[in-house]
Design a protein around this ligand. Structure first.
Ligand code: CP
Length: 350
């Protein structure tokens, strides 16, 4: 039965957003970056597996291109007409699959997709290598999500078209990290410039396990490219041994100051950015961090702190925060569309 509240809502006319809504921030970011498309030439027709593939200047230029797309809504450009994306999502996804597919459509391309490996030869024991050999003939690029960390590497053995990692087990999620850092730079365009004064540097809290969460691993890698703008990264987790072998050393060698904390609440008031992700995929299932890692209106956040979350959300992020200025997680998901637009158009050489 339709509820009274729903009937009331149905009486309201839906006012669509205009394309100019919210373009101030990407415009500001564009203004902070000198455009140099030549820097992105090296990404053309390459596979993207890891955040480690990017250097600082490439990330800066991808942010500029994403901002350009976001500010213009890509009005009237269809550079991928006639190109086919193979969208292979062997593990659940809301944002990543829909945003990649949305981007491809918006750029004029066509899509063929797999959302369930049991409908492919993999269910009959076909190897990833053989599946990839077939994909060479059916499309121009593959976007793959798989809870099997090694699937993407096996596919690369026979692929002759680019593949983009949309999340491989607990390993990496490089396009999510690009979207995350794009959000941070839209919030504070001054951080991208390279001459950030010590007093303007930010403290970034990362609630999660860097060695077991792909979003966190990839984000920390990209943050380490901008360590001059970051006072400190505080990694908050209930478990010990949060880093995988060599991970912390790599971040520190790149100049990132990293501190660990077992508790969230005592360090929360220090954070300018709170990145929370409570899910770690383990095979076809996932594990969460624990009840003590929870953000709500009662949390002692700095007044101007922003919250980022790759989503899907669980109990760790109260819905009551959605209507507060701390909510940058929806902007983060929205911006991912434009960052993926920038990346895909760069890979496809447009
Ligand atoms: N952020 C992210 O990877 O979300 P999905 O699992 O919905 O794709």
């Amino acid at each position: 039965m339709v509820k009274e509240k729903t009937l009331e809502k149905l009486k309201e006319r839906i006012e669509p957003e205009t394309w100019t809504d919210g373009i101030e921030l990407p415009l500001e970011l564009m203004g902070a970056i000198h455009e140099d498309p030549a820097i992105l030439a090296d990404i053309a027709y390459r596979s993207i597996i890891s955040a480690k593939q990017f250097d600082r200047e490439q990330v800066v230029q991808l942010c500029r291109l994403a901002a350009k797309y976001e500010a213009s809504q890509n009005a009237g450009q269809f550079p991928l007409t006639g190109k086919i994306l193979i969208s292979a999502f062997y593990e659940p996804s809301t944002r990543t699959r829909l945003s990649f597919e949305s981007v491809w459509h918006r750029l004029g391309g066509d899509i063929i997709s797999i959302t369930d490996p049991s409908t492919t030869g993999i269910a009959k024991g076909e190897s990833y290598k053989d599946v990839a050999e077939m994909m060479n003939h059916y499309g121009d690029i593959v976007v793959l999500r798989d809870s099997n960390e090694s699937a993407i590497y096996e596919m690369m053995e026979s692929l002759r078209i680019p593949i983009v990692n949309a999340g491989n087990g607990i390993d990496e999620h490089p396009t999510q990290a690009l979207a995350d850092i794009y959000t941070i730079f839209k919030w504070r365009p001054d951080l991208i410039a390279g001459d950030v004064k010590p007093e303007d540097r930010v403290t970034i809290g990362v609630v999660g396990v860097p060695g077991r969460m792909r979003t966190v691993r990839s984000l920390l890698t990209l943050l380490s490219l901008f360590s001059d703008a970051i006072k400190e990264v505080i990694v908050v987790s209930s478990v010990s041994d949060v880093f995988s072998e060599g991970q912390l050393e790599h971040l520190q060698e790149n100049g990132l100051n990293v501190r660990e904390s077992r508790q969230l609440n005592p360090v929360l008031p220090e954070m300018d950015v709170v990145y929370i992700n409570a899910i770690a995929w383990v095979g076809d299932s996932y594990e969460t961090l624990g009840e003590e890692y929870h953000l709500s209106k009662k949390s002692k956040l700095k007044d101007n702190a922003i919250i980022l979350h790759p989503l899907a959300r669980g109990d760790e992020l109260a819905e009551e925060l959605d209507d507060t200025p701390h909510n940058w997680y929806f902007a983060q998901a929205r911006g991912a569309v434009y960052m993926r637009m920038a990346l895909l158009s760069t890979i496809m050489r447009f």
